[in-house]
Write a protein that binds this ligand. Sequence first.
Ligand code: GDP
Length: 201
Amino acid sequence: MSWKVSVEATAFNTGQFPPENEPRILEIAMAGRSNVGKSTLVNAILGSKLAYVGATPGKTRSINFYRVETGTVSFRLVDLPGYGYARSSKTDKKVWSQLTSSYVEKRASLVLVCHLADFRHGLLNNDRLLQEWLSQQSKPLMVLFTKADKIAKSKRRATLQQYVKDGLISTDVPIITSGEDRSGIDEARAFMVRYLQGLAV
Ligand code: GDP
């Protein structure tokens, strides 16, 4: 079933966030390091080319709010700026803007943060930092792997098991996606709907 989607806000400061209470619309955020394939996945999930793919890494500083009507639920998919553009993530702790950090920390409507990680690379330093930071916030964290088309189908299961062994934090079984061959997209969409419906009861 196709979703009805539109851009609701492009925010460079908190004053540009959509109001939270009129009425309350729940939000699912998409987070990941720059170039992980976030824009591609956001577009694939939305079924619409609203997110700008291939922007110079680190350039997209705004938080983009997409309004989604699935037919059963209404929510916002929130595209956060790429995480960890700073060269040395070890020494530079401030890998996310103040705006993004405070959005995740304070936004009451935010019910789930999807952490996008490249399926090929294992958990990079940035990914670990992001996982640690997100797990300190009181927000559930769900892993969506990207670029799965780069890994043979026969190897995907073992690769996923290795991530779990390595201490991956995820509120549910991570979903393996590819914007290229569209694997996992329907699964990710169904997960979001199910997750939101689960909160409503
Ligand atoms: P973002 O910076 O995280 O928003 O990443 P983009 O969506 O702009 O993608 C970064 C690069 O990865 C682009 O060159 C994309 O074509 C490529 N890419 C994104 N998704 C996939 C995927 O699922 N498979 C493959 N093979 N490449 C992808």
